[in-house]
Each structure stands twice: as structure tokens, then as C-alpha cells.
Design a protein around this ligand. Structure first.
Ligand code: GDP
Length: 195
């Protein structure tokens, strides 16, 4: 998709704040610093719409971005940020769980993992949660440019094994530096939107 228009419409913490439209929604989840903002910005050809924050995990709201009047990207706050209290974390978990399990417009979740590392416990939990609720998942492995091409397969295998990856799901190697995987990611998103 060629994106000319992309605007944040709301930062929501509760369902009553979700945008009142029927547009399909694609949520994006991943641990802080995985490259989620960079992924969003690459897909929409912006430098800085989804703020690449120096303070990981700071955004604790669901940020809805309207893309071309055709869909919403829903930026789910990054998990795995150690410095939040347990109460905060429980609140955060409930907010995300509510959104993911009750929103009819949600068509797929882009689950971002860092290609360089084995998935964290939270990465695995998120993937298994989505599988349990039968929510379509697109796994995007970020920062591929930081790994030599000859090692991509090995890293991909480690991630898939740890996630107990379902071979029917999309797995996309991505880099916001080289833009590798951009077209593939859009194809997967556009496919998911049709369901
Ligand atoms: P977020 O916290 O998940 O939104 O992560 P950001 O998009 O803010 O990225 C975190 C850091 O990783 C920043 O310093 C980015 O420049 C860097 N980064 C993100 N994506 C890539 C990538 O594909 N390749 C490389 N080399 N660095 C990246």
C-alpha cells in the first residue's frame, strides 16, 4: 500500500475510547525497543509518526493510527519494561487483553521479535495467547540488517522453535534500515484485512 495519509486518531486506555468505525484494525505488539515504531514508520513512509522513543515502554496507551482512511494500525504499548510497578503491569495486561479479545475489527496482530535474539518469555506468551484466541498473527523479525545473511536461517529456526511457530502463519524478516520485508509485510496485512 502506498500511504499518503496517516494520522494518530486516539490514544485509548478503555474500550469506550476506541474509534467508532468499522475499519479493519491491525495491532502491533512487541517488547520495548524491538523496532516497532521503526516498523510502523517504514510501512507508512514516515520518519517520525510513531515516535521512536528513547524511553522504552513509556507509552502505556493503545495508539490508533488511521491509514489512508482504509485501516487502523493499533500500536500496543511495548511489554517487558522492567521499571513499571506490578500494579501498572496488571493494568497494562488487562487493557491489552480486553482489546485483543473483544474487538471485532481486529484482523491480525503483527508480533515483532528481534531476529538477533531468542524470543523472550513475553514474546512466547504473546504468540501463544494469540494462537489460543485464534487471532491471526504475522511474526515480523526485526533488525535483519544486523545479522549476516548467511545466519538468517539459523536465527529464524531458533525463534520458530521457541514460539512453537505455526507454519500457517507469516514469518517476515524485516529491516527498517534496508526496508527489507516492507512489501511482504504489507502483502500479509492486506491479505489479513480481507477476512
Ligand atoms: P520500539 O521501542 O519497539 O518502538 O523501537 P524503535 O523503533 O524505537 O527502535 C529501537 C532502536 O532500534 C532504535 O535505536 C532504532 O533505530 C533501532 N532499530 C529499529 N529497527 C531497526 C532495524 O531494522 N535495524 C537496525 N539496525 N536498527 C533498528
Amino acid at each position: 500500500m502506498k500511504v499518503n495519509q496517516a494520522d494518530i486518531v486516539i490514544s485509548a486506555v478503555a474500550p469506550k475510547q476506541y474509534p467508532d468505525t468499522e475499519l479493519p484494525e491491525i495491532a502491533l505488539a512487541g517488547r520495548s525497543n524491538v523496532g516497532k515504531s521503526s516498523f510502523i514508520n517504514t510501512l507508512i513512509d514516515r520518519k517520525n509518526l510513531a515516535r521512536t522513543s528513547g524511553k522504552p515502554g513509556k507509552t502505556q496507551t493503545l495508539n490508533f493510527y488511521l491509514i489512508e482512511n482504509a485501516l487502523h494500525f493499533v500500536d500496543v504499548p511495548g511489554y517487558g519494561y522492567a521499571k513499571v510497578s506490578k500494579t501498572e503491569r496488571v493494568k497494562w495486561g488487562k487493557m491489552i487483553e480486553t482489546y485483543l479479545t473483544t474487538r471485532p475489527q481486529l484482523k491480525a496482530v503483527v508480533s515483532l521479535v528481534d531476529l538477533r535474539h531468542a524470543p523472550s518469555q513475553e514474546d512466547i506468551q504473546m504468540y501463544q495467547f494469540l494462537k489460543y484466541y485464534d487471532i491471526p498473527v504475522i511474526v515480523v523479525a526485526t533488525k535483519a540488517d544486523k545479522i549476516p545473511r548467511g545466519k538468517w536461517n539459523k536465527h529464524e529456526s531458533i525463534i520458530k522453535k521457541a514460539l512453537d511457530f505455526d507454519r500457517n502463519d507469516d514469518f517476515i524478516l524485516f529491516s527498517s534500515v534496508t526496508k527489507q520485508g516492507k512489501e511482504e509485510a504489507w502483502a500479509a496485512i492486506e491479505e489479513a484485512m480481507t477476512f
